[in-house]
Design a protein around this ligand. Sequence first.
Ligand code: ADP
Ligand code: MG
Length: 847
Amino acid sequence: MKFIKKLEVKKLSILKKIFGDLDDKEIKKLMKTVQKIEDLEPQIEILSDQELKNKTDEFRNRLSAGETEDDILVEAFAVVREAAWRSVGMKHFPVQLLGGIVLHQGRIAEMKTGEGKTLVATLPAYLNALKGEGVHVVTVNDYLAKRDSENMGRVYEFLGLTVGLVVHGLDFGEKQNAYNSDITYGTNNEYGFDYLRDNMVIRMEQRVQRPLNYAIIDEVDSILIDEARTPLIISGSGDKSTKLYNLVDNFVKKLKAEIDFTIDEKANSVVLTDEGGLVKTEKAFGIDNLADMENMELSHHINQALRANFLMKRDKDYVVNNGQVVIVDEFTGRLMPGRRYSNGLHQAIEAKENVKVERESKTLATITFQNYFRMYKKLSGMTGTAKTEEEEFKAIYNMDVLSIPTNKPMIREDMVDAVYKTEMGKFQAIVQEIKRRHEIGQPVLVGTISIERSEVLSKMLKKEGVTHQVLNAKYHEKEAEIISMAGQKDAVTISTNMAGRGTDIVLGEGVKEVGGLHILGTERHESRRIDNQLRGRSGRQGDPGSSQFFISLEDELMRLFGSDKIIGLVDTLGLPEDVPIENKMLSKGIENAQKKVEGRNFDIRKHVLQYDNVMNKQREIIYAQRKTVLEGGDIHDQILKMLDGLIDESLNLYTGFSEHFEEWDLDGLKEHLRLLLSDEFDINWDRSGLNRDEIKNMINKKAMEIIDNKEEDIGKERFRDLERVVMLRVVDRKWMDHIDDMEQLKQGIGLRAYGQIDPVVAYTNEGFDMFEEMTHNIQEDTVKYLFNMEVRKEPVQEKANVLENVVTNKDESLKRDPVVKKDKPGRNDPCPCGSGKKYKKCCGRNE
Ligand code: ADP
Ligand code: MG
């Protein structure tokens, strides 16, 4: 075993070498193009402003004459470079041109902090906007989107392109305008939400986005990796009662650790013990078996209450503000008002904290960032830290990562970790270290992993009389303002890990002389990438600087994932608390712990994606259908087909495939059709001598008569329009319910998938069944609505409104009139044959 492991390590390092070389080779190749761009400078420099601007039209013409973007890249980049110089006084460095090419190729450019990625983006954004299909530049917050669109907007506008900004709170017109611009800046959240909202509208002209063409994602690791575990959700309020939360919370609070439940911090779960908690629960709620299907809801509540009470920590995971539970972003330490934990966890925490339990919300639409961004025709990204996650970028987005050299050599000194036995010892040492550097006027930026740690440290510094700033502002803008001052003389700034990401830190006067900005990390993050981000805040553009992490064996990372070997080693050294241990094996051990967690987190994200892929396929189908309908296609034929299918189905149901008409339940059939197709449905069939086809023809004829009458009443054109509106409404309602059902299925699949069945496979299969069922229901409801529609005749001014009134007014009456299916159980109901299996798995198998 050991031998194999060694071999693997060796193989890896060889691979790394090859890849390293590949990067270099690739860069050498691309540098030739860079050279060509630079060579154009003398020719471009002499153009007048107007001549430079005219280049845009020239490029557009050449593109429509058949040249490709690649053909004009060199010239276009040279033009943007000159325009940037004239409009914002910056000329792209060669490495920035290099980064621009990489972005244009749909890859990830890893460029260190301070290398000017904002300016880099102007190159591919301009080039790819020329065709007029839109370019989206994606940033992590509204503040950065606004800043970048304003600053870089001057470059684009100089060249005659339009620039838009999508941020929260714009009205419809403003938003549509922004999306119709040549280049649009905005946040990942806003783009994603707009996409979802666009797929809930009834009219094409209510959409804001154009088809997704090309995106440049800034801080791409943050968006595609850190945020990949929380999907975007548009929700409305549901109708479930909130009482059970308080009830379960009271019960769970009385349970005792170890006896009634065990906490598995690694797996982030709490489990009832068989002997203790489980028995108590079943007794308290008067049930036989908590694991039974029928107790699924209770079981779910208990689980969430356990997590809320024993895993989720106040002031670390969330805070309670004015009677509200507000999530704390794990990566930035920032409060996220308005966001809620899903699946009832948020409510469970509200019960735990004795604040009002909000109603459970219903998911109306949802998508993960992975699946949203994979829809762009071309995707690219930039960040200071991507190489450690290259495998993930490659596997999930098919983007490779190219490390771009820095413009000036990097001279920051990254010191070895100082490791302490206890957390207290560590914090004391940190305070001393800050004081020592502060005394000579060197600015220190201290990174913590939570608001709570920031505050502890702040108190300790106050006691020592060290003036400092704590960054836990709620507003990005304020945050950016504070962090931008972190490089000034004497400044001591405490900040959670990535707060203020994207803000430029300029060194103050006299700071270079005292060693530049010093970064002090107070704990290692789970991911090496986040640590590198923190380090990267110092040493920009060849500035001097230094960085060091302080760690204790009591830190969460070490406690959970450090090996016993390390702890044993420290014990044998027998050092006092506040003396740092510097040992190579230790540093290696920490890195291994991080790799372990990174691997686990990648697995979790892959898992999320596996599940979401099932939904994604279904979403694609539904959204594609919606789109055809929205685009005004005539769906009359489609509706007639649905009708035909439904009539066939009804016939089968009431004639039971029998050839003998004595066995047919024609009265039942008529009643069924009356409910399905309207009260007007009435046929006097003389049963003798009719065969099945003849009956079908009669039904068809009558149905067509009803629908043709309706059409005549309403007017042909308007009826076509109504068909579309009705269909969209029905699809949306069913789809929203389906999203909820799928979520329930996912939650329960662990329980249902027994034996050797992979839960993902079970989820896929059952999800497919449910999708089919939904499709069937959509057809049934669409036909039903159309046949039962009554149109109010009074003139109303706005056409769109009239149509919507008609449909919503009918909703209620339809609810009271469900189609009764004779003797036919639902697909998920128990089979009437008494086998105990579901109908669809038993007698209903062949339906
Ligand atoms: P990054 O996003 O890579 O961390 P920014 O885009 O915030 O870097 O840029 C950092 C700083 O460098 C900004 O102040 C920007 O104006 C400046 N800068 C970028 N490119 C150039 C350039 N070619 N010439 C001069 N200054 C530049
Ligand atoms: Mg940036």
